[in-house]
Write a protein that binds this ligand. Sequence first.
Ligand SMILES: *Cc1c(COP(=O)(O)O)cnc(C)c1O
Length: 395
Amino acid sequence: MGIIKDLGETYLAANYRRFPVAFVRGKGSRLFDEEGREYLDFCAGIAVCALGHAPEEVVRAIKEQAERLLHVSNLYWTEPQARLARVLVENSFAERVFFCNSGAEAVETALKLARRYAYLRSGPGKTRIVALENSFHGRTYGALSATGQPAYWEGFEPLVPDFMHVPANDTEALIQAVDERTCAVILEPILGEGGVIPLSREFLETARQACDRAGALLIFDEIQTGIGRTGRLFAYELYGVEPDILCLAKGLAGGLPLGAVLAREEVMAALTPGSHASTFGGNPVCCAAALAVLERVLSPGFLDEVRLKGEALRKGLQVLAEKFPEKVKGVRGVGLLLGLETHVSSSELMQALFSRGILTTAPKPDVLRLSPPLIIGYREIDALLGALKEILASL
Ligand SMILES: *Cc1c(COP(=O)(O)O)cnc(C)c1O
């Protein structure tokens, strides 16, 4: 461990707290560092590497597309972009797709779309956006203003005006907050960075009704929960509540940067020519990768497997919670997006797992997050559970 870390520490912005490792290669659920040491990946690039590392069909799609066409801009049509939009529409509530390059950009687009839709229908003044406390929507100004964690705002204010935040799963507060000035409610069906906190069905149903009553749009940020992570293509399917606008990114292109915003025709029509754009958005290579990801995720049995493996992981974690009640509070989450609620420090757990060659994340001081590639194997799940058991016993 040396030269890569030295270079980075010398020349890169110091805005990340990084583990002391540089990865040079990956395959499936495994990563390899400079010295050839192997790691088991329960982070998956923060829920990005849906099919694991170097998945053959995605790599092939990228190579073939890269040899043909890298970029032409959105002044022209390209086949991967148009075909990907069709796949997303055919498998969702939506009728139209806008492509961008990241989660924050997808959120930014959704917020702009909601304000513009309200403006075109109701005139100026219907601009308020209601979001949740402890939510995470990204780091650009609009997305940051929606993010309900003041720690992320520090030093960056003033934020975008007319955002407000209510506690997650507090239906009364939500009903109070949404009125005729509201143009949108934005929420994550499962708060990811907030500590893997699923919203209740009642809360999502209330959000749907409150939006319908106020003529506001319901935005689901499924940047973390989308693309099979919960065992459904989209988490909203679990609740039976449809949004008006859906934000995707992370797992969408299996490791390449791609974001998408989905909406019904009538809503997306507010983005008239010239009103919004992205130079790289819907890049042919990223879209070709996403087509390969979705073909696999939508193949027969794939999502059933995700659900079964998610259940196996959850049960194993539950057993640990029962065995070590003074150290583990419980398990929450859905599919392969799970959080272990801890009494001990989650970052201490994460560090101990790291020193045993297992990658996890700790979004909160008392939550260890597990978001492995969707192709994780049962043996790998057992390896994580075994290591976690030993660590918990020794703490
Ligand atoms: C990661 C994430 C984002 C931000 O995505 P970036 O690609 O980092 O901009 C937004 N919302 C949710 C729910 C996320 O998990």
